[in-house]
Design a protein. Structure first.
Length: 396
């Protein structure tokens, strides 16, 4: 299982680094406004939720290696759409397919990762997982940036297509097996009423809702900010991401090995505080800063964000193991992606602001700093004494 997970993750991470990482800045460089990019994000959430509803109802009828192959084919379909004329139709169809690709990747990744951990090692395991992804992803980002800068999109597309086809062939022919827990295999698809009425003692619902928003603030808006800082150069953006990874990596390795021995709640609350600080620092980013000071700020932001993601995902996977893993993972996806529709109203807010795109993004980052305190609502499964009766009640 562990080898299967890391092979799946490594190949997908490399493909994501080659181009999907660059989607927000590619859209921006193609002339789409920040408002249109917000529409792209909102429609990505729609595509994710619609396909997840369908995926839940057919996945048991499809062999697991075939589900993995579908994830690579969905990425191939996404990449192919970027040859279309860059108009509103392109934006809508590409966003929906982007949601389908994200659904395939994230659901399979979470299900596979859940099979490799337990509450005593989830922090360390997720830390190892993050480091593995960082090395593979950043290498691909570096290559993708150089290819986009020197040879254009076609070169990235050809490399990505070759990797996707080879990956699909490998998983179809591999003799490695996957044994998923019975709770997932025997689970019934979630209906709309159950999703809308979801409540638990961990206050997961609202945390899930805001987490999707923050994930896209990190992966779309923040990437656009970095792109503007490096004067709209794909290759310099790739180099900057590599540099940030190297500078904070050693300290992160030390912390991820200690997380499972630290006080769960103290570490989590500290990580949320650091995350809020990271958004305040993002709001203060300016092209007028010296390069050394700017790099210092970016390293702190990267570190604070990574520590928070480590703490948050440890809590998420620990609770998932305590509860019904399938249901909890799918609830996370429905809420985090469904609430992306709120990105559709951000253009209205942006229209009230003046100044450069960096200054307008700074207002959004200050709002994010305030909104991030919602993560403090997320309770640990150690928050209450979990007796057998309490577990049975939660699972009923």
């Amino acid at each position: 299982m562990r080898n299967y997970f890391y092979i799946f993750l490594g190949l997908h991470s490399f493909l994501i680094g080659l181009f999907p990482f660059y989607i927000p800045v590619y859209l921006y460089a193609s002339g789409f406004s920040l408002g249109r990019i917000c529409l792209f994000i909102a429609l990505t959430g729609v595509g994710f939720c619609l396909f997840l509803y369908f995926w839940e109802r057919v996945n048991h009828r499809i062999a697991f290696p075939h589900l993995v192959v579908i994830s690579y084919l969905s990425e191939f379909a996404l990449l192919s759409l970027f040859f279309l004329d860059k108009n509103l139709f392109f934006l809508i169809i590409t966003a929906l397919v982007n949601g389908i690709f994200n659904c395939n990747f994230w659901i399979l990744q979470r299900l596979l990762f859940l099979e490799t951990i337990n509450p005593k090692n989830s922090g360390k395991k997720f830390g190892n997982f993050q480091i593995f992804v960082l090395v593979i992803l950043k290498s691909a980002i570096f290559l993708g940036g150089i290819l986009l800068e020197s040879s254009g999109y076609l070169s990235v597309y050809l490399v990505s297509t070759g990797i996707a086809l080879l990956s699909s062939t490998f998983f179809l022919k591999t003799k490695m097996t996957v044994e998923l827990r019975n709770e997932w295999l025997n689970s019934k698809p979630l209906n709309v009423a159950k999703v809308l009425s979801f409540r638990d003692q961990f206050r997961s619902k609202w945390v899930f809702a805001v987490d999707g928003i923050f994930l896209y603030l990190e992966s779309y808006f923040w990437i656009i900010t970095l792109f503007l800082i490096v004067r709209e150069s794909f290759s310099r953006l790739g180099l900057l991401v590599i540099l940030l990874t190297v500078l904070f990596g050693f300290l992160f390795i030390f912390i991820k090995n200690k997380i499972d021995t630290l006080s769960v709640n103290v570490f989590y609350k500290s990580a949320v505080a650091l995350y809020s600080v990271s958004w305040i620092l993002r709001a203060g980013i300016s092209e007028n800063h010296s390069k050394i000071f700017l790099l210092f700020l970016l390293v702190i932001i990267t570190f604070c964000t990574s520590i928070f993601r480590l703490a948050f995902n440890k809590r998420f996977f620990d609770i998932a193991q305590f509860s019904r893993p399938h249901e909890y993972i799918f609830m996370k996806s429905y809420y985090s992606q469904g609430y992306l529709v709120f990105f559709a109203i951000i253009p209205l807010f942006l229209s009230l602001l003046t100044g450069s795109i960096l200054s307008r993004l700074s207002f959004i980052y200050l709002g994010a700093a305030v909104l991030s305190v919602i993560y403090l609502l997320y309770r640990s499964n150690e928050h209450r004494e979990m007796t057998k009766e309490a577990i049975d009640q939660y699972r009923s």
